[in-house]
Design a protein around this ligand. Structure first.
Ligand code: OSB
Ligand code: MG
Length: 326
């Protein structure tokens, strides 16, 4: 006997600088729960304002249709689904079939606000490879260059991931690079999306020797992943990319070209982050995922993030917006 339930959650948060144009004070999302006899699976659908094209209302309407199809045993037309819906539903189905290993990689690369003392503390908790992520492109590029130099100088075993979110003109990107001590450049694991276009970013990498990574570019209309000199990694945000199948084939494709793949957060609840940690451990076991976003929240959902002491809201505290069995 099949059964499907859709919960809607609302959690207090402060998105800080992650969203550049909006300050989100509340995060809304859906949890889909599937049951089939003794088996069950859950997945999170949480379109991210400013990044997802779909709204939560559109996602809800679509997942309700999918759930009705699943209950009837009809095929789901994956190509027509919003990325957030495809991801959450495919996770719930994979979970139901026992496909996602339970073990997670909860050692996320710490997101750092610019305070070196705070980062030193966070890095002390990281066994093995010391990797942190810094947002750049928010202030003057020279300031960013100084901050990068400072971190790399203070912490000799640190490697940095930087993210400019396409904020720089080629001139500003060059200003940044000129400021970074040439001896430190190889300790920039990658710089995500330095410039406004992928071509400009590739030219930047060629001129400076600083490795780059795609994040936004993966979601460009008509994008297909190709090997490029200087492109060392791709950052996959499954909620923005689509089904687990789509994510898996993108990961495999990137790995065959020797690129690193970073599974990363789209600011999902602690429940969704737990799923991403498991997917990261499963598909990208060699790489620290980019999942250090739980601290943007005021509350966690259903499953705690290891080490996070925020209060935990359970699914039973959330509204059931849809449920049915055939
Ligand atoms: O990638 C990470 O380490 C954290 C996630 C992150 O930075 C992010 C989260 C939501 C939306 C956009 C971004 C971004 O990469 O800019
Ligand atoms: Mg990014």
């Amino acid at each position: 006997m099949k059964h499907a339930t859709l919960y809607r959650y609302s959690l207090p948060m402060d998105s800080g600088v992650i969203l550049r144009h909006t300050r989100l004070a509340q995060r809304d999302g859906l949890i889909v729960e599937l049951k089939d006899g003794e088996k069950s699976g859950r997945g999170e659908i949480a379109p991210l304002p400013e990044f997802s094209a779909e709204t939560i209302e559109q996602a809800q309407t679509q997942i309700e249709l999918c759930l009705a199809q699943w209950l009837e045993g009809d095929e789901i037309d994956w190509d027509t689904l919003y990325p957030s819906v495809a991801f959450g539903l495919s996770v719930a189905l994979a979970e139901l079939d026992g496909e996602i290993p339970a073990e997670g990689n909860f050692l996320a690369a710490p997101l750092c606000s610019g305070d070196p003392d705070e980062l030193v503390e966070k890095l002390a908790e990281l066994p093995g490879e010391k990797v942190a992520k810094i947002k750049v492109g928010l202030y003057e590029p020279i300031r960013d260059g100084m901050v990068v130099n400072m971190f790399l100088e203070i912490l000799p075993d640190l490697r940095l991931r930087l993210d400019a979110n396409r904020q720089w003109t080629p001139a500003k990107a060059a200003q940044f690079a000129n400021y970074v001590n040439p001896a430190f450049r190889s300790r920039i694991a990658f710089l995500e999306e330095p410039c406004q276009t992928p071509e400009q970013s590739l030219a930047f990498s060629e001129e400076t020797g600083i490795a780059i990574a795609w994040d936004e570019t993966l979601r460009d209309e008509g994008f297909s992943l190709e090997y490029k000199t200087g492109l060392s990694a791709i950052v996959i945000k499954p909620t923005l990319v689509g089904s687990l199948q789509t994510v898996k084939s993108l990961v495999e494709h990137a790995h065959t070209m020797g690129m690193e793949v970073v599974i990363s957060s789209s600011i999902e609840s602690s429940f969704g982050l737990n799923t991403l940690a498991r997917i990261a451990h499963w598909l990208t076991p060699e790489t620290l995922p980019g999942l250090d976003t739980v601290s943007l929240f005021g509350e966690q959902l259903e499953q705690a993030w290891p080490g996070c002491e925020l209060p935990l809201k359970t699914l039973t505290d959330c509204e059931v917006v849809w449920q049915a069995h055939p």
